[in-house]
Design a protein around this ligand. Structure first.
Ligand code: 3UK
Length: 539
């Protein structure tokens, strides 16, 4: 057995980012699962899901059976297969089993429409699909049309005419020797949700999983063997994949899985029942939990020691109120599917709410103008990241790959500024920023001011042309339950923005909506509001 223990390499010269050294022959599944059996942690709990608790010893057998089951279908090394699965013990079994056998799992968002699944199956040309029974329905209308797809396997009680995962696993051996993969082999793909355009297949290497677990999981979170991580963000999402699998599995700790929708009541239920030590959410979930005064520490986890937030910027007031109510800081950090996990983050004990913190050691950040020139302190630029977990490329998108993966630097598509103390302040997506009267408006900044109002739940700001054709900010606002929109409230919101931001930034128009358009991973789709707004103008 090769020695899989990673050794942090010393901070390297400027051209080569600091990283984690791994042997050239490397299979991530042996590192994250088998290693614990070899080192005496086989009886540690690895997974707690809706059906029970599973030790590393048990998960290893499931992984081996799943890998053998896939091999039994005739998959060859490097073959990719799609998995559209709810969070349960079957997810790690299939994901790691596939990788251990040398196949390439493609974890697919469970919340998409049939059209998107059609697109992803064609785009990836996956020959096998493993799908959770409740999700099969969305695939049925498009399965017939697939030319590359040969096998559909259903995880659940009823296979609806397709082979069941549990039967294939029961028939397969619980012993499996790891395929002779290398650290630089493509290990798995994810499809980026993409706030605009079609989803993109993002190809990641075996080694990238270790890099994120070492640099962010251990480096920032300080994950330990006695931790229990509950991620409301699902395992198919890079954020959830790290939180729920690679971080706990890097140290022999446990992941707590919720198969259903992470609504506040379901999330608080899991907190109370399974007492996680680390909780991973998105800003809207933290806000929703806080909006119900009934949710207090007695209904949560007494062992909670860390909370993290990503996916969108965490509004300052949400972080502060959470701290006050639950006595635990929320570490806001920004990550992406392309970089696999968080690369700028706040630190335990040094949280600066309203910022994304500082670069995670092992990653470097720079803010640039369109011509590539770096901007100075306090100026807005596009964020580029260099670090050892960047994806290799996008599937089937040469131009986008060249634009995004620029050698050591990866383009994020986000605007940031950094202050004198080195903290990074989020200013919005490159595509969402606009100029009003020659001055930049960051929708995010205006939205943050608006949601500072007690009656407001969410807000989105877009450019809207006035009668002369000049762009000015327009706000779409969702009020909290039981609040009536009114002219008086509009005036208060304008006043709030005028008090805290420059004169050109206040919303000239305010419209109230019941909800905002969002991606399946919870990001506000401002482009949809812009489209809606323009369609109305034309009429
Ligand atoms: C935005 C944030 C401000 C930002 C992700 C943690 O969200 C993740 O990946 P996606 O590919 O989206 C990436 C984009 O989302 N974003 C994410 N976090 C923040 N903006 N503050 C934040 N804290 O526009 C980024 O480019 O879906 C998050 C870990 C892994 C991930 N994949």
């Amino acid at each position: 057995m090769p020695n899989h223990a990673p050794t942090p390499s010393p901070a390297a010269a400027d051209s080569a980012p600091a990283g984690v050294e791994l042997p050239a022959e490397f299979n991530a599944a042996t590192f994250f699962i088998d290693r614990h059996l070899e080192e005496g942690r086989g009886d540690n709990l690895a997974v707690i899901d809706g059906s029970g608790s599973y030790t590393y010893g048990n998960l290893a057998k499931r992984m081996n059976r799943a890998g053998n089951a896939l091999a039994g279908l005739g998959l060859r090394q490097d073959t990719r297969f799609a998995m559209c699965m709810l969070d349960s013990v079957d997810f790690p079994a299939v994901f790691w089993g596939g990788m251990k056998a040398g196949f390439v799992p493609i974890a697919v968002n469970t919340l998409l429409t049939s059209d998107h699944y059609d697109y992803i199956l064609r785009d990836s040309r996956a020959g096998t699909l493993v799908v959770s029974e409740p999700l099969l329905e969305q695939f049925l209308p498009i399965l017939e049309k697939q030319t590359a797809l040969e096998h559909v396997i259903v995880a659940g009680e009823d296979g609806h005419g397709y082979p069941r995962l549990r039967d294939l696993m029961a028939e397969a051996s619980k012993e499996l020797e790891a395929a002779d993969t290398r650290r630089d082999d493509i290990g798995f793909w994810l499809y980026s949700s993409g706030s605009t355009g079609s989803p993109k297949g993002v190809k990641h290497l075996h080694r990238n999983l270790v890099a994120t677990a070492e640099l962010y999981g251990k480096g920032v979170l300080g994950i330990r063997e006695d931790d229990r991580v509950f991620s409301a963000a699902k395992l198919f999402f890079a954020y959830g994949l790290g939180n729920g699998m690679t971080f706990p599995f890097s140290v022999g700790a446990a992941g707590v899985y919720l198969a259903g929708r992470p609504a506040p009541d379901a999330v608080m239920d899991v907190m109370a029942h399974h007492q996680p030590t680390i909780f991973c959410g998105v800003p809207t979930l933290y806000a929703a939990i806080l909006s119900d005064p009934d949710y207090n520490p007695s209904k949560g986890s007494a062992r909670l020691r860390r909370c993290i937030s990503a996916g969108e910027a965490l509004p300052e007031n949400i972080g502060k109120r959470w701290n006050e109510r639950f006595g635990v800081e929320i570490l806001d950090g920004i990550g992406s599917t392309e970089m696999l996990h968080i690369f700028l983050s706040n630190w335990p004990g040094k949280v600066r709410y309203g910022t994304s913190g500082t670069p995670v050691p092992g990653y470097r950040a720079k803010l640039v103008e369109q011509d590539g020139r770096e901007v100075g302190v306090g100026e807005i630029g596009e964020l580029l990241i260099s670090g050892p977990s960047a994806a290799e490329s996008y599937c089937n998108q040469r131009e986008k790959s060249l634009d995004t993966f620029m050698g050591r630097w990866t383009r994020t598509g986000d605007k940031y500024l950094h202050d004198e103390e080195g903290f990074y302040h989020y200013c919005g997506r490159t595509d969402d920023m606009f100029k009003s009267g020659g001055n930049w408006v960051s929708p995010f900044e205006v939205e943050s001011a608006i949601i500072g109002h007690d009656n407001v739940l969410e807000a989105a700001v877009i450019p809207h042309a006035d009668e002369e054709g000049n762009l000015k900010p327009k706000a779409y606002v969702v009020v909290k339950d039981g609040v009536e929109p009114s002219d008086a409230l509009e005036d208060e919101l304008r006043g709030l923005v005028k008090d805290s931001l420059e004169a050109w930034k206040y919303p000239r128009w305010i419209e109230f909506l019941d909800s905002l358009p969002k991606t399946a991973t919870g990001k506000i789709q401002r482009f949809k509001l812009r489209e809606m707004d323009q369609a109305r103008e034309v009429r």
